[in-house]
Design a protein around this ligand. Structure first.
Ligand SMILES: Cc1ncc(COP(=O)(O)O)c(C=O)c1O
Length: 440
């Protein structure tokens, strides 16, 4: 039995049906474990191809036990016990006035676009170096993303370039906290106040990260989290929207519940509920929230484990950085990371792609990240071809993300470090040094 099964030993003081259910879940869990072992041994599986995967979903506490409880509590749809528990936990720990669970960060971003009341002709400022969902949310409302270049140190939107991108059509700024490291939020909020803009933080990767002691997602008027299985706190798919400004509260409830005032009805504020606004089905299943709650209860344990994993790479790759063969991530003063990602920047695309192939060949799954949106087929179709984003274009092709997950072992990390070192050292005489190629 591996450590994933430690939920089996929890003291169970439940009714007979609950015990029966939990017993069944234990059996399923054991079957799953042997299935995982079989798949790991099978030469045809991804796991076998990559002895060290890029990401591995994990169980940190009582996730499966809580899922069993959703059935016995008789509430598997939305907004039950576990959804409320997740929201309260995040509201308390991140000092967010109101958190609402959503099926994904994508859904939370779509809610933000509706709450900003975006219409055709409106513009939203964001980095091009982000996931498609940041831009899609805007485009779905008929509005236009306006891409701004990124900073060299954090790869976050360059706050000094934002004001020049503001036009009479600008409605909002959607900053993205890349890799769980904060954007320069004080400057962004000052600009937004000055121009009367709404700030919706894309903190998909920033759950439990901080900027000047304030949780990411809690600083803008709105914030969005992701609990996708590749993130720090997972529920398969999942997300949340942070409502930091009361003016959005009532409408957020309505948009999230298919455009109806059902929540007001449930609170007895109206005698029937009906269709009152646009909206969609943005409520999370209790099963998903139950899993997530098991993870959120281990908020600090998960962060500390990732911190140790991050620092293991960081210490070991210092020498290669000093040699000028790569650049390690930078966390500015005042930012407290959740250690979501460990990326390295290589001197150029050729070396990045060569290293990625080398790692792949040795069973290590390392991956590049975003194709900048302004240069993607959809971005080009939307007339962004002329966007002048030199730092985005330069760094996007040099970035490589190394495997980093909750259960990665020191031995696995050492294999990755050894493979990175041997590849770069073997090329070091012919390589342009990174200090020349990647200015910091
Ligand atoms: C910056 C950013 N925004 C949004 C998303 C979308 O998150 P989700 O998969 O929860 O919809 C992601 C996912 O990776 C992301 O990295």
């Amino acid at each position: 039995m591996n450590q994933n099964s430690h939920f089996l030993v929890y003291e169970i003081q439940e009714s007979l049906p609950t015990r029966f259910l939990i017993f069944n879940i234990c059996l399923i869990s054991l079957t799953l474990e042997s299935d995982i072992i079989t798949r790991t041994n099978s030469k045809s599986s991804m796991q076998a191809k990559h002895k060290i995967p890029f990401n591995r979903p994990f169980i940190a506490g009582k996730e499966l036990y809580y899922i069993a409880q959703t059935v016995t509590f008789g509430n598997m749809a939305g907004d039950g016990h576990f959804t409320k528990s997740c929201c309260e936990l995040m509201e308390n720990r991140f000092e967010v006035p109101r958190v609402m669970m959503t099926p994904s960060c994508t859904a939370a971003l779509e809610m933000c676009a509706m709450l900003c009341d975006l219409k055709p002709g409106d513009e939203v400022i964001m980095p091009s170096y982000t996931f498609v969902s940041t831009a899609n949310a805007v485009v779905l409302r008929g509005a236009r993303p306006v891409f701004v270049d990124i900073r060299r140190d954090t790869l976050n939107i360059d706050e000094d370039l934002i004001e020049a991108a503001i036009t009479p059509n600008t409605k909002a700024i959607f900053p993205v906290h890349y890799g769980g490291v904060s954007c320069e939020m004080d400057t962004i909020m000052t600009i937004a106040d000055k121009h009367g803009l709404i700030v919706a933080e894309d903190a998909a990767q920033g759950v439990n990260s901080f900027y000047k002691n304030r949780a990411l997602g809690s600083i803008g008027h709105l914030g969005c989290y992701s609990f996708h299985e590749t993130k720090n706190y997972i529920s398969g798919e999942g997300g949340a929207i942070c409502i930091n400004d009361n003016q959005f509260l009532d409408r957020a409830e309505i948009i999230r519940d298919k455009g109806t005032n059902r929540k007001r009805f449930l609170r007895g504020q109206v005698d029937k509920y009906s269709w009152v606004d646009i909206g969609s089905s943005y409520v999370t299943s209790e099963i998903v929230s139950a899993f997530l709650y098991g993870q959120l209860e281990q908020l600090e344990e998960i962060r500390l484990r990732r911190k140790a994993n991050f620092n293991h790479y960081h210490r070991a790759l210092k020498g290669l950085e000093e040699e000028g063969l790569l650049r390690r991530p930078i966390v500015p003063d005042g930012c407290e990371s959740n250690y979501h990602m460990y990326y390295i920047l290589l001197p150029n695309q050729g070396i990045r792609d060569g290293l990625m192939r080398h790692l792949n060949h040795h069973g290590i799954m390392a991956v590049f990240h975003y194709v900048p949106l302004h240069s993607s087929p959809m971005g080009l179709k939307m007339g962004n071809a002329e966007a002048d984003l030199p730092v985005t274009e330069e760094l996007a092709v040099c970035l490589l993300r190394l495997p980093l997950y909750f259960e990665i072992t020191d031995d696995e990390q050492d294999i990755v470090i050894q493979a990175v070192s041997s590849y770069l050292m073997s090329r070091s005489t012919t390589t342009h040094k990174v200090k020349k190629a990647i200015r910091i």
